[in-house]
Structure formats: C-alpha cells, structure tokens
Design a protein around this ligand. Structure first.
Ligand code: UT7
Length: 323
C-alpha cells in the first residue's frame, strides 16, 4: 500500500484578448511567416489592463474545482507556480485562497519559471505522499506580457498570458506503475546558465525589468535536457517509452517539442500541442495543455502522461502520472 496523488479535476482560463501574429507586423520588423515557422506560434492571449496573475489563477482554480465537483472548503493547500505574481508579497496563492473563500489550510507560490508547474506538482505530490495534505490545488498562472520588451522582436512574439489548474487528492495505491496518480518526478537546475534566460530587474534592483533570452542556446539545452529528464522520470516510475499515451510538454516552440519527441521516440500523434494558440505561457503552459487535452478528448482516465519543462535558471524537470 502506498499513497498516490490522483488527479480529480482540471481547468484553465485564458484572457479574452487574442493577439494574432499579424498584429506584430504593424509594430516590429517581423512577419507572421517568421513567427510561425521558427516557433509554431500563431496567436496568444493577453491579459486586460488591471487583470493580474491571481485573477487568471482564480478562474482556472474555479474551473478545476467545478470539474472535480469540490468546493474551496474541501482543499488543504494551494501551490501556485508563477514568476509574475501580482505583488512582491503576499504570494499569489494566498490571494487565490482568499478569493475562493478558503479559510483553512495553507497556500504558497513556487518560482521555477517555465519549469514552475513541474516543480509545483512535485511539491504537491510530496505534501500528499507525506500525509501533510489530502487535497491540493496546483495552479500555473502567468502574465508574461507584463515583463516583455515589446520592442525586442526576438522575445516578445513568443510569450502569452494564461492559467491552468489541477486538483490532486490522496488515494490509496498499490505502489505499482499501474496505479493512477503521480508515479515519479525528476527535478533539476543549473544556476550557471542564468544569463541565457532572465529578467534584468527585480525587487533588490528596484526595477521590474524585462525578459532577456539567448534563444538559440536555450533551444540547444532544451532538447537535450528535456529528453534526459523525461527518461529519468520514466525510469524512476519503472516504465518505458512504449507505455506512454501522451507527452504533454512545456509549450515554448513547436521545433523544441518535435525534436524532443523524436529523441524520446514518441510520435507526434501522442503529443499534446497548444503552442499555436497560447504561445509560451511559462508555468501555465502545462496545466493549460492538460486541460485543453482533456477537453479535446485526447487525455482520458487511465492514460499514462509524461510532462516535461525547462526555463530560466536553467531549471527543468518531468513528472510521470496516470490520469
Ligand atoms: O520557455 C523557456 C524556454 N524558451 C525557449 O524554449 C525558447 C528557445 N528558443 C527558441 O524558441 C528559438 O531559438 C527562437 C524562436 C527564439 C529563435 O529561433 P532561431 O531559429 O533560433 O532563430 P535565431 O535566434 O537564430 O534568429 C535567426 C534570425 C536572426 O537574424 P540573423 O542574425 O540571422 O540576421 C534574428 O535576428 O531571425 C531574426 N529574428 C527575427 N526575424 C523576424 C529573431 N526574431 C525575429 C522575428 N522576426 N520575430
């Protein structure tokens, strides 16, 4: 007997405003064709003025709770992955806690940039398996539009805003890879690569800063590290590539997604792709893809899923779970 963190609900929220690639042609020296062919992105959602990360997170949380048929009072904890919290403090997670009307339990943010949701899942899994919480809402939410340099064509065309959430609940398992729930996690970071992807400001520097990226270098690290972490997580779970029903990757670039799938020996028919419609939403991209994949009827109960992500840090990781 062992305890597993099992998915009970999933949901997402995207801001109303959709920004098509063509809009960038009016602002920058770029084309829809370049953005599509180099990144696979066709459009992204942009938060309305005054709409914050916790606003997006709340909507995704409500959708996941409704999907699970649960209420805020049923939750023990909220773990929210973001690099774009509303305020320096308190955490966006406690803002969601209050907005949901949750009066007990605890809530905190996790900051691992684009790998944030994988880190948050690993934290939530540890809380559940160690008996510290029974029901944990795991959210990924971002407003990256607020930290972009809108004059830098090499970065601003790639990102978008959004939120997704998973509701995890403790359930008895056998300890075998056939269990439902989170089966293995693999987390990594290497702070020596900080200059490849960062925001050049923050609380301690008294500025907000904007996102800076060495795209080509990040790309190179991404394919190699994502395949390695997915392999490691599968091995920890005692499973093989052939067992995988869906790879749900961080949605940064279709070329990274395809190259990683190829390295893993996974056909693209088994990969959930949403990058064309959302762009890179950092920590929100995996829960968004899980929610959209479930709504499309791709992801079904019992399916074996591998999620993998990499971002600033560099920080990267993977989670193997049975839906
Ligand atoms: O979520 C965190 C992880 N982040 C990522 O995974 C992003 C990883 N990197 C990438 O996705 C890709 O490297 C990019 C999409 C950012 C860029 O693609 P690339 O094939 O690596 O292009 P490049 O950076 O080598 O740029 C090629 C050319 C350059 O021109 P020159 O120097 O060859 O004359 C750029 O100036 O494309 C130019 N360029 C653009 N041209 C038109 C860069 N951005 C644009 C643009 N429109 N928006």
């Amino acid at each position: 007997m062992s305890t597993r963190a099992v998915v009970r609900g999933v949901g997402h929220y995207l801001p109303e405003r959709v920004m098509e690639n063509a809009e960038f042609e009016t602002m920058l020296d770029t084309t829809d064709e370049w953005i599509r062919t180099r990144s696979g992105i066709e459009r992204r959602h942009i938060a309305a003025e005054g709409q914050t990360t916790s606003d997006l997170a709340l909507r995704a949380a409500q959708a996941a709770l409704a999907d699970a048929g649960m209420e805020a009072a049923d939750l023990d904890a909220i773990v929210l992955a973001t690099s774009t919290a509303d305020l320096t403090f308190p955490s966006a997670a406690t803002m969601v806690q209050a907005a949901l009307g949750m009066q007990g339990g605890f809530a905190f943010d996790v900051q691992a940039v684009c790998a944030g949701f994988v880190y948050a899942l690993a934290n939530a899994d540890a809380l559940i398996v160690s008996g510290q919480a029974k029901r944990v809402l795991v959210i990924g939410a971002e407003t990256f539009s607020r930290i972009l340099d809108w004059t830098d064509r090499a970065t601003c065309v790639l990102f978008g805003d959004g939120a997704g959430a998973l509701l995890l609940e403790a359930a008895p398992g056998t300890g075998a890879p056939s269990d439902r729930g989170i089966l293995a996690t693999d987390l990594n970071s290497d702070g020596r690569h900080r200059d490849l992807l960062y925001v050049d400001g923050g609380v301690s520097t008294q500025t907000t800063g904007v996102l800076k990226m060495e795209g080509k270098e990040v790309f190179r690290h991404a394919v190699e590290k994502l395949a390695a972490t997915a392999d490691a997580a599968l091995e920890k779970a005692g499973l093989r590539h052939d067992d995988v029903d869906w790879v749900v990757p961080h949605q940064a670039n279709i070329r990274i997604i395809k190259s990683t799938a190829k390295k893993l020996g996974t056909p693209m028919e088994k990969v959930v792709v949403t990058v064309q419609d959302h762009g890179n939403t950092s920590a929100a991209s995996i829960p968004l893809a899980l929610s959209v994949g479930a709504a499309r009827g791709q992801i079904k109960r019992g399916d074996l899923i591998v999620t993998e992500a990499i971002g600033g840090g560099l920080a990267w990781g993977a989670v193997v779970l049975r839906w």
